[in-house]
Write a protein that binds this ligand. Structure first.
Ligand code: FAD
Ligand code: DLZ
Ligand code: SF4
Length: 507
């Protein structure tokens, strides 16, 4: 009996289910850098470097613990190019009797793995990914036959299940959700703590060289490279967040400041999604800070809700709705993604700032993704496939399971309201309230129409009007349509003509 244990690039955890009961001197662990994964979309250069470096470090860790590891580097002569061909090679060379693999996070990869048993004629065990706190089956039974889901109710169930921020059967602080306290603006004079950075070691330097040679035509800056690439470093990054930034996470969750891409966010999605950190340990680290009196409840609850609530909910929706979710397009939006998403060249300062930071860091925080980059695409009617591909490429934490429901469901309302109860469409005023972007913008946030008006302002109304037929029965939008109907006719006309001109000129 010799089991082949396959570990994918986002399964870099010693606790992964495919490593359970691994016989150290007998079983073979396979990890491989394959061109199929690196090229199925043209990932940001920093994302490829991060994944390869974290994979190589993880393989070293396993070898140091006397595991037998086959690690195929991208440039190895025998590299077979895909997970399936790499597994085929390993079976040929070693006397493999069965395969253990933790279920992959993406539908595309699961579809391939489902064929292995028949193809290789050996037993393939696809094990649940128990890093997630809600199993696929549990989510399916929670979702039941509901036509629309509500994250908040799901989140409460998860709080109870794991007894997080609970006092007996009641939520600590007598409220489940403190979001209404989490919309504070931030002063540019405030000293914001810089997150911990990590210097590339020899493994990371070798990977940077490889990415430079092989993927320099991909989007994004490869250097400086300052990410954690081992579990030990990721734990330091988590510690740095809970000690230095968590206390303000809630207050400034929606804030955006030029030159401050991280603010009080945790900056740990790279590590949770690839396996260096476990979701439950991040949740418990935050809860501990609350009990020690180091962080207020609105911050801790807000942060925990992102992981125990949103992250699990998003994953549940992905598996519930795939594969058809990837084709949903409620508004029949057809526009190509504007060039500015790659170049950052635009007079709209908010978009310029968010794209530039994305290019540099392979990171933008939630409100930049939602209210600036996502909102703009929603308002101008970008084809969901185009925007999904962009989000999958540019962020270091992007895998389809988490990117797709956020983009198609939360941002574009492409699922017609299954994930969110109304589109997150907004004019420029929220961006102005939460950021300092508008101060340095060519456009005037206070102007609603005209040559120098903030384009978000008229594009918002244009979106609402264009899609009225599809949105008119949404009770959450009733007031908005009422106020549109009260608008003067000439204003309505200007909204239309300004939008048409803007959209015609947009490349
Ligand atoms: P924090 O703000 O500190 O939040 C803590 C953690 O909560 C995050 O690390 C993440 O694990 C989790 N989280 C928060 N919000 C969400 C959410 N909506 N969905 C899932 N997890 C969440 N997140 C990804 O991990 N990968 C993606 O590809 C991704 N694409 C997104 C696309 C759009 C359009 C939007 C609006 C959001 C997307 N998110 C994605 C969610 C969120 O923006 C990122 O998780 C977050 O910005 C990561 O930064 P952070 O670690 O500093 O998070
Ligand atoms: C994102 C990525 C990249 C760029 N390259 C690899 C790789 O060469 N080998 C690997 O095991 N994983 C890689 N990944 C992460 C995978 O895409 C991810 O594990 C699957 O999509 C999960 O379904
Ligand atoms: Fe963005 Fe409008 Fe503000 Fe300019 S004025 S930064 S376009 S919201």
């Amino acid at each position: 009996m010799k089991t082949l244990r396959v570990i994918l690039g986002d399964q870099l955890s010693q606790r992964i289910s495919s490593l359970k009961e691994c016989h150290k001197n007998n079983d073979i662990i396979l990890m491989c850098e394959v061109i199929e994964e690196a090229k199925y979309v043209k990932h940001h250069q920093k994302k490829i470097a991060y994944i390869f470096s974290a994979m190589r470090h993880f393989a070293e860790e396993l070898k140091n613990q006397n595991h037998i590891v086959i690690y195929t580097k991208l440039d190895d002569d025998n590299n077979a190019g895909s997970f399936t061909s790499e597994v085929a090679n390993a079976i040929k060379k070693h006397n493999i009797t069965d395969i253990h693999i933790t279920e992959p996070s993406e539908y595309r990869v699961l579809a391939d793995i489902n064929l292995w048993q028949q193809k290789f004629e050996i037993n393939v065990s696809i094990l649940p990914d128990d890093r997630f706190l809600c199993s696929k089956d549990e989510f399916i039974s929670w979702a039941g036959s509901r036509k629309q889901l509500t994250m908040e109710y799901f989140y409460r169930e998860m709080r109870k299940k794991y007894s997080i921020l609970m006092q007996d059967d009641k939520p600590v602080g007598d409220k489940w959700n403190f979001d209404s306290e989490n919309r504070k603006t931030i002063s540019t004079k405030e000293e914001i703590p810089k997150p911990i950075v990590f210097k590339p070691d020899s493994i990371t330097k070798e990977v940077i060289k490889l990415v430079n040679e092989r993927f320099s035509d991909h989007f994004g800056d490869l250097e400086p490279f300052e990410l954690a690439t081992t579990r030990a470093e990721a734990i330091l990054a988590l510690k740095d967040f809970v000690e230095n930034r968590l206390h303000n996470f809630g207050d400034y969750q929606d804030a955006m400041i030029e030159g401050e891409p991280i603010l009080y966010h945790s900056y740990i999605s790279f590590y949770i999604n690839s396996g260096l950190l476990l979701p439950i340990e991040c949740i418990k680290a935050a809860q501990r800070e609350y009990h020690r009196g180091n962080a207020p409840l609105n911050a801790v609850e807000g942060f925990i809700r992102q992981i125990l609530g949103w992250r699990e909910y998003i994953r549940g929706v992905y598996w519930l709705k795939m594969p058809s979710y990837a084709d949903e397009n409620f508004f029949a939006a057809k526009r190509k993604l504007p060039e500015l998403y790659w170049s950052g060249k635009t007079d709209m300062n908010c978009l310029h700032q968010c794209v530039s930071e994305t290019k540099k860091n392979a990171y933008a925080h939630h409100i930049q993704r939602l209210m600036v980059l996502g909102n703009f695409s929603l308002l101008i009617g970008v084809d969901p496939k185009e925007l999904n591909e962009w989000f999958l490429i540019v962020y270091g934490d992007a895998y389809e399971w988490v990117e797709l429901p956020n983009v198609s469901g939360m941002v574009l309302f492409a699922d017609g309201g299954f994930l969110a109860s109304k589109p997150y469409a907004a004019g420029g005023s929220y961006i102005n309230k939460m950021s300092n972007y508008c101060k340095n913008c060519k456009y005037k946030i206070s102007k609603k129409t005209g040559e120098d008006a903030c384009p978000f302002n008229y594009l918002y109304w244009n979106f609402m009007i264009t899609n009225r037929d599809k949105l008119k029965n949404n009770y959450r939008l009733a007031m908005i349509y009422k106020s549109y109907d009260k608008m003067a006719d000439d204003k309505k006309q200007t909204i239309k003509s300004d939008s048409e001109k803007f959209l015609k000129e947009l490349k």
